[in-house]
Ligand binder design. Sequence first.
Ligand SMILES: Nc1ncnc2c1ncn2[C@@H]1O[C@H](COP(=O)(O)OP(=O)(O)OP(=O)(O)O)[C@@H](O)[C@H]1O
Length: 345
Amino acid sequence: MSVLSADLRLNRGDFALDVSLSVAAGEVLALLGPNGAGKSSALRALAGLLPLTGGHVRVDGRDHTRTPVERRPIGMVFQDYLLFQHMSALDNVAFGPRCQGESKADARARAAELLDHMDLADHARSRPRGLSGGQAQRVALARALAVRPRLLLLDEPMAALDVSTRLHVRGRLRHLLEEFDGAAVLVTHDPLDAMVLADRIAVVEGGRVVQEGAPAEVARRPRTPYVARLVGLNLFRGTADGTVVALDGGTVVRVHRAHRGPALVAFPPRAVALYRSRPDGSPRNLWELEVDGVERFGDQVRVHLTGPLDLAADISPAALAELGLVRGDSVWAGVKAAEAECYPG
Ligand SMILES: Nc1ncnc2c1ncn2[C@@H]1O[C@H](COP(=O)(O)OP(=O)(O)OP(=O)(O)O)[C@@H](O)[C@H]1O
């Protein structure tokens, strides 16, 4: 049975959220989506910080739709849910258990154990301002876990950290989440966080879940342009008739695997070859497009192309120099059918 089963409906001004979530024991669900998609609103509704206009929140089969925040079986790490500055790290972590009625000694013992587990034993007496960003974040995690939550809610838990700290905290968080036997919901707009930390990803756009699945599946078969961009794939919607897909814009793409009916076609930018003049013995897919922009992308160069279809091509800097491409140039783009993945749309 799911630990969390929720149907979240609420309005914030013109914005409407309508999201259903179900998370099993030991499972980590990432809510991934662009700014303003409604991820934080969903998490706050789960916590009881935003009232629902419809739906429900159930944890372990028990209805918590109207349970006040402090009585929900949840632990939270929110970006703006800061540590108490006037308390030591230990007291910050012991605060929740104390509120739940544990004796001071028991609460402190539990807090010390959690801090030790986070390699923070030496900082138990420090005030939050004496801690680094990464350390403070670990204290916040320890505090969330101290109440023995059944549901762990994490809102952009690493957004405030610098890149190297992030890497470190991400690894540690992954460990913690693996040990956690309740349900965890993580809000992020960083696809890497979602890929590394989550068992399942729900992509939220415009207040709704537009795609849900295992990280690898979402990455391999994106269903919206936003997801495709995140994972670095060219994505097109059309109608398949065998190995030929007529795109909505009228262009035709030949694909490897036959399919029939509404379809999505995806291929990586590195699968796109560019030619100044129409190549002989050409690949199955060949389009004459215009260069819309060129940018550095890792050790490659990403060329943005526009025309009957918009796509991105990754080529080496040497190839770019040889082609001498600049914005506005006309270029031939080829993609082998074998590189074009086709799946039901
Ligand atoms: N305090 C508020 N009052 C009214 N409307 C709000 C408020 N905060 C957010 N909204 C609206 O709710 C929508 C969803 O916001 P939310 O913060 O849940 O999105 P998000 O996906 O978490 O985005 P972000 O990554 O930017 O935090 C926004 O598009 C905005 O229009």
